[in-house]
Design a binder for this molecule. Sequence first.
Ligand code: TEU
Ligand code: CA
Length: 556
Amino acid sequence: MERKWWHDKVAYQIYPKSFYDSNGDGIGDLQGIIQKLDYLKDLGVDIVWISPIYPSPFADQGYDISDYYNIDPSFGTLKDMDELIREAKKRDMYILMDLVVNHCSDEHEWFEKACADPDGEYGNFFYIEDRKEGQELPCNWRSYFGGSVWEPLPGHPEKQYMHVFHKKQPDLNWENPVVREEVYKNVNWWLDKGLAGFRIDAIINIKKKLPYKNYPTDREDGLCDIALMLEDAEGVGEFLGELQRRTFSQYDAFSVGEVFNEKPEELPDFIGDGGYFSSIFNFSTNVWGGSDKGWYDCKRITPDAYKKCHFDAQRKVGNHGFYSNIIENHDQPRGVSYYIPEGEVSLESKKMLAAVYFLLRGLPFIYQGQEIGMENLPVIPVEQVDDISALDQYQVSLDAGFTPEEALKIISLRNRDNARTPVQWNAEKNAGFTQGTPWLMVNPNYTEINVAAQEQDENSVLSFYKELIALRKNPEYKETFVYGDVIPFEEDRHNLMAYHRKGEKDLLVLGNFQKEEQKVTLPSEGKNILLNNYPNAEITGNQVKLKDYQVLVIEL
Ligand code: TEU
Ligand code: CA
């Protein structure tokens, strides 16, 4: 595997609307990010991915872009963005933007021009088909946010367009080379500004099964899960390869793809040397237990399943490349509220969860607030839910026969708002996020969980993350943590997640994924304890007794 500049880095995701508001309008912004760069630097972060900041009507919180060459005024200006890139460079930090090019906004001028003249040049930028009352849809695919992917074209009831996400997110027609040229031009324009790369949104969706085809239906609505179409559609690699050659590879940029359900045989093409992307996210623990029926039918992951997902992913990727490992992101529940069984969320279990994913092979990503152990919201009235995905799933649950109360409980676990509440900076008004009214409610637990308190406390989750990052970067162990193999240890042991990182050194990570103590026999006597979420460790010879959610990293 060819060595790359980003292999030994630590990445951090910012959801800009909720990060830090510098001017009191209740919305996080670029100046707010600039003000917090030193905080991120101090934490040990190198690469910062910022979720979309382009002009947008915010039908899907900025993932519906109306201008690819600008910054939404609620976040700032292009000048602020240049300043951010400059300030990051000064600190040896790298900025990534979000590349959202499966679709644009219905308020983008391309779509407006397509509506004005569907048979003209811009009509071919989208998937537009004829529509007659009473006639079947071109295909029965269900959009991610509910309902058919087909929607009448505004101003042209005799036509319809495709959107695999919200109807305000029309899909761009990647079969049209002019569209692809527009994308490359835009990516290079940003890279020329000094951007280090991109996180690439929902990218597998750019290849549609053509001609359109129906798949077996899985709900009363007569539609089918779009995943069936994606599995069947071939040739996405041609688009992705062209994108890589025309853009990222010209700049040695870092790119991380949002790719779900990748097949093992595809990994070398995706993230091997010269692959389409530098890395892709490992979503195996996120998608575990999923159901095409909806959230109400999803299973909650167990610690043993969690471990299996990670080890299987590590075996799958082998030496082909690097996964990007996450606990959470802006689409997922707070990891501590999801992966730690109910009633067992504690300081120790939060730290244990942090260590066992962070030290795996791959690039560790931290999502804003994760470093202080932010938790899911309590159950809130449906009127207060902002997330369009949760609102859709509320309806799906009702349709499946659940009571409103049950439906609310179902969506509260996975509501994307959980991760989108403002970062809790201190115990003051609005958690110190804004002087104004926050656009989304602050989690009421901010008086206990906040950055300011944790900065003062060497026992805090934040201090532990700093230790963890420093350990990964420690010159003595870095080679092993970055490039060493992952070798599971006592893989079948219930509620123990343990593995060696083996390279120059042999480092053993031991995580007790339960409250009950657990005894482990080390393969050899340890030389050194490199990390511990307790003040001490009970080790006699090669016998270790792990306490309630204790995690240890031992140099053998
Ligand atoms: O998400 C893509 C994706 O597959 C989502 O459907 C995800 O599974 C869903 O949000 C879970 O509820 C990306 C972005 O991360 C997401 O925020 C956007 O809404 C979506 O693309 C459309 O751009
Ligand atoms: Ca603001």
